[in-house]
Design a binder for this molecule. Structure first.
Ligand SMILES: [Zn+2]
Length: 356
């Protein structure tokens, strides 16, 4: 152990504090059991998205879901699910405050109604949830936003920028103390808005949005496993996201938005949105950060900026990545009782390996 001779093909090695995933979909039941080990292998904690069917709306729902996640943990895994509540027009501010005070819940998620998978219960009229948001501003509980408008008249590639102008900016003017995470930003407008905001706002960036632009989805045949929401945009937006993620700014941190759907629902006439990146995210990020000449900033993005925003300690323990001559191999699919889930394939060889 510890000898360079053990890895004759080693070209480079980095060691970072153990990372967290600040935006993760674990689903429930058979799918939860199948995908959870893919996250716990590398990540110490994750912000768990509440868009189950039915959604995780109350503290009681969140406690029960947390128990199901803990019961599904692989033997010996040390992993802490950080629970969130799904904001509805019926959400009770007192229930949210109690869930936050007990430490159970770390954020509340805003889905505009109809924006993505299982978002039918989302918010139609923000004025109806102002009492909840005011309570959250009072107690410092972050609001995680799925930042897309859902009006049929707005082009799908413009929905994030329009959300910022017509929903997020007015909300923050009305309630400047509210702490906000712009989830999975995909545009240069999102990057710029986060850059100019104060300390009370941060943005997560996914792994796949650092790799894909819309040509990858649509040119030369439609690739359903690259379809996610928000949908990947033009190349200039991908480049803006790369610049932000590798900038070292604490405003940006990793939220994979890893979102499993069985192949039968992805490869479908009306395919589901989501990329499953839990398995290979850390190797892919090392590849991206190396390409950007920013390997020394990977730890900030994956392990430090998120806890700082959520006012949590940085994890104990470390994750070691080595670059080798031979590409990293990961399973093409993860089996679940519900069917196979395809692991995100970046379409290029990745030489970075996470060491066990
Ligand atoms: Zn998501």
């Amino acid at each position: 152990m510890g000898s360079g001779l053990r890895y004759p093909a080693l070209m480079q090695e980095i060691v970072i504090q153990r990372p967290d995933d600040w935006h993760l979909h674990l689903r429930d039941g058979a799918m939860l059991r199948a995908v959870l080990p893919e996250t716990t292998r590398h990540f110490a904690r994750a912000i768990i998205m509440p868009n189950l069917v039915p959604p995780v709306v109350t503290a009681k729902d969140a406690a029960a879901y947390r128990d199901r996640i803990l019961a599904a943990l692989p033997e010996g895994a040390t992993f802490q699910p950080l629970m969130t509540l799904y904001l509805t027009e019926g959400t009770d501010p007192a229930d949210v405050a109690a869930a936050a005070a007990s430490g159970l819940v770390k954020a509340v998620k805003l889905y505009p109604a109809g924006a993505t998978t299982n978002s039918q219960s989302g918010v139609r009229d923000l004025t109806r949830v102002m009492p909840v948001l005011e309570k959250m501003a009072d107690i410092g509980l972050p609001l995680c936003t799925h930042g897309e408008v859902t009006d049929a008249q707005v082009d799908i590639f413009d929905r994030e920028a329009v959300f910022i102008d017509t929903v997020l900016a007015p909300l923050r003017r009305r309630l400047p103390e509210l702490r906000v995470v712009m989830e999975h930003i995909t545009t240069e407008e999102g990057v710029a808005y986060a850059a100019e905001a104060g300390d009370g706002l941060a943005a997560t960036i996914t792994t796949h949005h650092l790799i894909l632009n819309r040509n990858h989805i649509l040119a030369g045949g439609i690739r359903p496993h690259y379809y996610c929401l928000p949908v990947a945009k033009r190349e200039k937006h991908r480049l803006a996201l790369r610049k932000a993620a590798t900038s070292g700014s604490p405003r940006y941190f990793l939220g994979t938005d890893s979102a499993p759907h069985v192949d039968a629902l992805k490869e479908h006439a009306c395919g589901c949105a989501g990329c499953f990146t839990a398995t290979n995210t850390m190797a892919l990020l090392a590849h991206v950060f190396e390409e950007e000449g920013a390997l020394d900033r990977l730890e900030g993005f994956a392990s430090r900026h998120g806890p700082a925003f959520y006012r949590l300690p940085v994890n104990d323990g470390t994750l070691r990545l080595v670059k080798r001559a031979e590409p990293c191999i990961w399973p093409e699919k993860i089996a679940s009782d519900a069917g196979p889930v395809t692991v995100f394939n970046p379409g290029f060889p990745v030489l970075w390996h996470v060491l066990p």
